[in-house]
Design a protein around this ligand. Structure first.
Ligand SMILES: Cc1cc2nc3c(=O)[nH]c(=O)nc-3n(C[C@H](O)[C@H](O)[C@H](O)COP(=O)(O)OP(=O)(O)OC[C@H]3O[C@@H](n4cnc5c(N)ncnc54)[C@H](O)[C@@H]3O)c2cc1C
Length: 408
């Protein structure tokens, strides 16, 4: 055991090797399931209506070791591998996508990115407080003009002695209004001359870590009502003369694009596992209803057309879970096809969950259509998973390009 009640990589119970790993995966998942069923699911609808995730739930995820799951124990982490951590994302995603989304951003996009690319001093400075939830992280990549096309980022960072001066804006940044630490991507060659053929110079992106509050950094309301993930905090960022010391630059100048993409590899696994959770939740609700609801003198689950829908949902959710686990193992072993597998997992799991949510709403009839029902919330939330961390079109592109390779 590391912190109070925290399960570490050796299982903390004397098991060794494969047995220890299986025991660890089982106990982490069990702990996540218990937390999700008892401390998240009963409140998820109310949080969605209140449009707020209580800070206490973040602290609780810190206590349970979830915020630090994949971080090494040296930085206050739990030292879990990706396949083990999937269980946490899936179980929490089954209960509440806003809570799971918080985790995927805070842990997958921010903490794991700092672990991968930070200096020892940076890791020691930020990771322990991110691991407990004392600090909350956000990831600022998207801009009005730069969604899928990350290289179109217009936010600039100009060097001024030992600091950088950042100007620009970001949008749809999860956790931004409650964050204590922001990972911000900016263009560090804004004045570069256009290429010979007249096209603008290739964007040189660099990543910065901003400690908040900071003068020049303002989180502003999004200005729209989100369809789903309503308990999440989403904000626009206004960056005006924001000064960031050079020792808060993450990685080398010009490495920002690579850093942003490597963070997304972590986050996408979390999204894919969260989608499996949504699929399972929709199947649970549909099966329970099919067993209970009677029409024409029978349980609706006795009609073969209803059984066919349930069977399709079951098969797709299980297939998605297997693919997500395969992608996680590829990440754990450093397999060369990890990016393609992760894209396939994110694409398939989110589309399968969308179909499951769609079927669940139909099978529940008017109950599934009413606000406040679990399947209605999942039906809204799943749309976000198809868009963020690379839209599903972009994942098809990643998979397709990787299969075909470069011409010549
Ligand atoms: C709930 C939620 C939370 C978010 N959280 C964050 C966050 O924390 N941090 C952050 O930085 N961003 C965040 N985002 C933003 C998200 O990452 C972007 O919305 C996403 O990358 C897509 O960009 P876009 O919306 O501008 O769509 P666009 O890129 O404008 O795409 C519009 C449509 O065109 C398609 N398209 C675009 N290019 C191609 C192409 N080459 N080939 C085929 N189709 C294409 C897309 O698939 C899409 O269907 C969040 C978004 C949502 C909805």
């Amino acid at each position: 055991m590391a912190r109070d009640g925290q399960i570490t990589r050796d299982g903390g119970d004397g098991h060794h090797g494969a047995d220890a790993r299986a025991a660890l995966m089982g106990s982490v998942r069990e702990r996540a399931r218990h937390f999700a069923q008892h401390e998240v699911a009963p409140h998820a609808g109310a949080w969605d209506r209140a449009e707020e995730l209580p800070r206490a739930i973040v602290t609780r995820m810190g206590e349970l070791g979830f915020l630090a799951g994949p971080l090494p124990t040296t930085h206050g982490g739990s030292g879990w591998d990706n396949e083990t951590f999937l269980g946490v994302y899936e179980e929490i995603g089954r209960a509440c996508s806003s809570t799971r989304g918080f985790l995927a951003v805070h842990t997958g996009l921010v903490s794991q990115c700092l672990e991968d690319h930070g200096t020892d001093a940076q890791k020691a400075r930020w990771l322990p407080s991110l691991a407990t939830g004392e600090r909350i992280g956000c990831y600022g990549l998207t801009e009005e003009g730069a969604g899928s096309d990350v290289a179109a980022i217009a936010t600039t960072a100009r060097r001024d002695g030992d600091t950088w001066v950042v100007d620009g804006s970001k949008t749809w940044i999860t956790n931004a209004g409650v964050a204590d630490l922001a990972l911000v991507f900016a263009r560090t060659n804004p004045d570069a001359t256009p290429r010979d053929d007249g096209r603008p110079a290739r964007a040189e992106l660099t990543a910065f870590v901003v400690e908040l509050p900071s003068p020049g950094f303002t989180a502003e309301p999004l200005g729209v009502e989100p369809l789903g993930h309503r308990a999440s905090d989403h904000a626009k960022l206004r960056l005006e003369g924001l000064r960031v010391p050079d020792d808060q630059r993450l990685g080398e100048v010009g490495q920002g694009f690579k850093i942003a993409m490597s963070a997304l590899d972590h986050g996408r696994l979390g999204v894919a596992a969260g989608a499996v959770g949504i699929g399972r939740a929709c199947l649970d609700e549909a099966v329970a209803h099919a067993r209970e609801r009677r029409q024409f003198g029978k349980r609706i689950g006795d009609f073969q057309m209803v059984q066919a829908d349930l069977a399709d949902m079951y098969a797709e959710v299980e297939a998605a879970a297997a693919l997500v686990a395969r992608a996680a193992r590829a990440a754990d072993t450093g397999a060369p096809d990890v990016t393609r597998l992760t894209s396939a997992a994110k694409l398939f799991a989110t589309e399968a969950a969308q179909r499951a949510a769609d079927k669940a709403v139909l099978l529940l009839g008017n109950r599934g259509y009413g606000s406040g029902h679990t399947v209605e919330r999942h039906y809204r939330d799943i749309q976000g998973l198809r868009i963020y961390e690379g839209t599903n079109h972009i994942h098809r592109l990643i998979i397709g390009r990787s299969l075909v390779g470069k011409d010549g």
